[in-house]
Design a protein around this ligand. Structure first.
Ligand code: ADP
Ligand code: MG
Ligand code: ZN
Length: 734
């Protein structure tokens, strides 16, 4: 029977049960069965497997499928056997997991010609005994799946993939089909070159995923934002990627404590736990899986509704692959990444131990990520541009930058300046180097080229280094310039750029974005109401709260700070607590203070929220993980309740008195009231207690110990002042 379109359609139905081909499948298959090499670029979920499975079943001989995913081979083979009932020999796999007897069975089926598809890992393919078998049989074609593994510019480089051409030549030449879901122009050329199929026809589908939404957020308080996001999306499945195992574990635990069903997944867990956690995610026993990048290759859960990157990914390719796991069914898929420049610096530091060429590649990939994160342009346009694809629309309607467009300005002069600079130099340089010249920022490299002597040096010093990087990036997207990836990202001017410079015209560019850095990400869990960045509150409300505090202070004859400190008011202006319970989530507000002073505050806030129709952030209070210092705190509170001498409590916990005082102060500062009178009356003279107490009540402008010591230090010990200060805070302020 001739292999024509009619036959392919009927086999498609017979084996796979599908009525029609998806995208370019039929074109690709016809091309392959006619004996030609093919290179298939299709996004994840596009239907690549069928492009080699169907031809393998209809062509003469055995197709060799090279795939790095040993774990998935068995599934794939089982699936094929399912299509072709009653003939298990039709598909086999060869990898290190097989026993001698199993290998013999595979060999028999291969030699007798019943096997149409043989899956192999590249390392098994290079074994001489396997090569000897394969030399005996007729090969229909070679399929190289996940072909980006060939390139060190891909996100999943496997050195064994480099040897594939050599091995094919050893076994016997046949057509080659290479398939991948991620390929920048650089990776693409690596694949073609390395497999020796430069003349292969390239089948490239659009990589656009219209149902995915892209957003980059400041990493100022990621944990709180993640919890809030998930609580606003109840019952939806999602993946959160972190770079370290430690963070994965911490975050999964934090989510559980906050009522979100989640499990960790990383390479440090044993295989069984990993498989169990993955299954629970697939079976929807949990909503969220927190994972390192080890998770997700080959898993196919169609309704993943969000993919969050807690840490910035190392490359845009990896990022696109990971976000690609969202919304495979064509439904909602939100992709959010948290970005801070500090993370970039951390990643750069990790690279330092690696060989120089690898470092160069790594840095270049990372810079692409920075440019993406900091850009004000359409995320979709940027991502597709990275994969060598133009996105024609001006506004995609589904990314943060398109939904909240940033100010634009006419960048004609700036663009012209960049192009002139590049054209003025005989050599070519990277973006950062060019931006440094224009911003007038010198460094060793600039000095070594004496570029600090150029007229261009500082010619754009009204703007920052980042501004100039951004202009150059936008110039690349507009095709005025291009970046040669072969030479690690050197910048060249294109014909279009030269034309622009000869006859400049207005070009609208977006202004740079400023990111807020958060508290150090590796700090302890943010406690309830911890603030980062500061000043983010509702300024009108804050002013009203301060007025209320001043009124109450007059009425109660107390100093304002004794009622609520500024940090507490600021928290209120951010979280809008309307009950005493919620109020306790604010900094420095404990049970006692909340009950004593809180009523009027929450009433005011409730009125304010109502009148201004404010949507209050839900579930804003992040419950933190109980850690060892919390356990200490519980012991101390119980000890004081039982009126134990403080020295005994310190001894029992192996603390110095000084350290114990610090712990007690932290307990009191978080709003817990302690009765220390039993200890104070035995250790501090009554008159001394009275005088220090008076100071705090009448004189002090805050509870600062430093200020107190300046006033009282001549007459009293610091330990006395600290104790009485605690008494004061507990009896009056809390
Ligand atoms: P990829 O390897 O490109 O990520 P797969 O080969 O795993 O994608 O296919 C993704 C999904 O699309 C699978 O569930 C597959 O059954 C389905 N599929 C493939 N081809 C067709 C087709 N012609 N019609 C309908 N569904 C298809
Ligand atoms: Mg695939
Ligand atoms: Zn957009």
């Amino acid at each position: 029977m001739p292999i024509d379109s009619k036959m392919l359609h009927s086999k498609l139905k017979e084996f796979f049960g599908f009525d029609s081909f998806k995208g370019d499948q039929e074109k690709i298959i016809s091309h392959l069965v006619a004996g030609n090499d093919a290179f298939v670029l299709m996004p994840t979920g596009g239907g690549k497997s069928l492009c080699y499975q169907l031809p393998a079943l209809v062509m003469e001989g055995t197709a060799i499928v090279i795939s790095p995913l040993i774990a998935l081979m068995k599934n794939q083979v089982d699936a094929i056997r399912g299509f072709v009932a009653g003939n298990d020999g039709i598909a086999h796999f060869l990898n290190s997991s097989l026993s001698k007897a199993q290998i013999n069975e595979v060999r028999d089926d291969l030699l007798s010609g019943v096997t149409k598809l043989l899956y192999v890992a590249p390392e098994s393919l290079s074994k001489q005994e396997n090569i000897d078998i394969l030399k005996e049989i007729r090969i229909s074609f070679y399929a190289v799946d996940e072909a980006h593994c060939i390139s060190e510019w891909g996100h999943d480089f496997r050195p064994e993939y480099r040897r594939i051409r050599e091995i094919i030549e050893g076994i016997g030449i046949a057509p080659v089909i290479a398939l991948t879901a991620t390929a920048t122009p650089k990776v693409q050329s690596d694949i073609l070159k390395n497999l020796g199929i430069q003349d292969a026809r390239v089948f490239k589908s659009s990589f656009n995923r219209p149902n995915l939404y892209y957003e980059v957020r400041d990493k100022s308080d990621p944990k709180k934002e993640i919890i809030r996001f998930i609580k606003q999306n109840p019952g939806k499945s999602g993946i959160i990627y972190c770079l370290s195992r430690k963070k994965v574990e911490e975050l999964a635990e934090l989510l559980n404590i906050n009522g979100i069903k989640s499990l960790p997944y990383h390479a440090g867990l044993d295989a069984r736990t990993r498989a169990e956690n993955q299954d629970k995610f697939l079976m929807e026993e949990i909503d969220v899986i927190v994972a390192t990048i080890a998770f997700g290759m080959g898993i196919d859960k169609p309704d993943v509704r969000f993919v969050i990157h807690y840490d910035i990914p190392k490359s845009l390719e990896g990022y696109y692959q990971e976000t690609g796991r969202a919304g495979r069914d064509g439904g909602e898929g939100k992709c959010i990444v948290f970005y801070s420049y500090k993370d970039i610096q951390k990643l750069e530091k990790f690279m330092q131990g690696k060989p120089v060429s690898e470092q160069e590649i790594g840095k270049q990939l990372l810079l692409e990520t920075v440019a993406y994160a900091e850009s004000n342009q359409c995320r979709r346009k940027l991502l597709l541009n990275y994969f060598g694809e133009d996105y024609p629309e001006d506004n995609c309607g589904a990314c943060d930058n398109c939904l909240n467009p940033k100010k634009q300005f006419d960048g004609q002069e700036e663009m012209a300046l960049v192009i002139e600079l590049v054209e003025s130099m005989p050599e070519h340089f990277k973006i950062e180097h060019l931006a440094n010249i224009l911003a007038g920022e010198s460094n060793a490299l600039i000095k070594s080229y004496e570029h600090d002597r150029l007229d261009f040096f500082g010619a754009g010093k009204d703007h920052s280094f980042r501004f100039w990087c951004d202009v150059i990036h936008q110039g690349i997207v507009l095709h005025f310039m291009e970046k040669d990836i072969e030479s690690y990202g050197l910048i060249y001017v294109t014909d279009k750029g030269r034309e622009f410079n000869a006859h400049p015209y207005p070009v609208m560019l977006t202004e740079e974005r400023h990111f807020v850095e958060g508290v150090d990400d590796d700090d302890d869990m943010p406690s309830a109401g911890s603030r980062a960045g500061g000043g983010g509150g509702d300024q009108t409300l804050l002013a009203m709260l301060k007025d209320l505090r001043a009124d109450m202070a007059r009425k109660l004859h107390l100093q304002p700070w004794i009622i609520f400190g500024d940090p507490a008011l600021e928290d209120m202006s951010i979280t809008y607590p309307v009950t005493i319970e919620e109020l306790k989530g604010c900094q420095g507000v404990g049970e006692g203070k909340a009950r004593k002073f809180g009523k009027e505050f929450v009433e005011l806030i409730a009125r304010y929220v109502e009148e201004n129709e404010i949507e209050r952030p839900e579930d804003f209070i992040v419950k933190s993980v109980v850690n060892s210092s919390t356990a200490n705190k519980v012991f101390i509170i119980q000890g004081i309740d039982r009126k134990l001498p403080l020295e005994d409590i310190a001894n029992a916990k192996g603390l110095e008195m000084e350290e114990l005082m610090t712990e007690i102060e932290a307990i009191v500062a978080s709003g817990t009231r302690l009765d220390l009178n039993y200890y104070i009356s035995q250790n501090v003279d009554d008159d001394v207690v009275d005088e220090i107490f008076e100071y705090f009540k009448e004189e002090a402008e805050s509870d600062s110990l430093k200020d107190a010591m300046e006033v009282l230090g001549q007459d009293y010990d610091e330990s006395e002042v600290r104790l009485v200060r605690l008494k004061f805070l507990c009896e009056v302020a809390n």
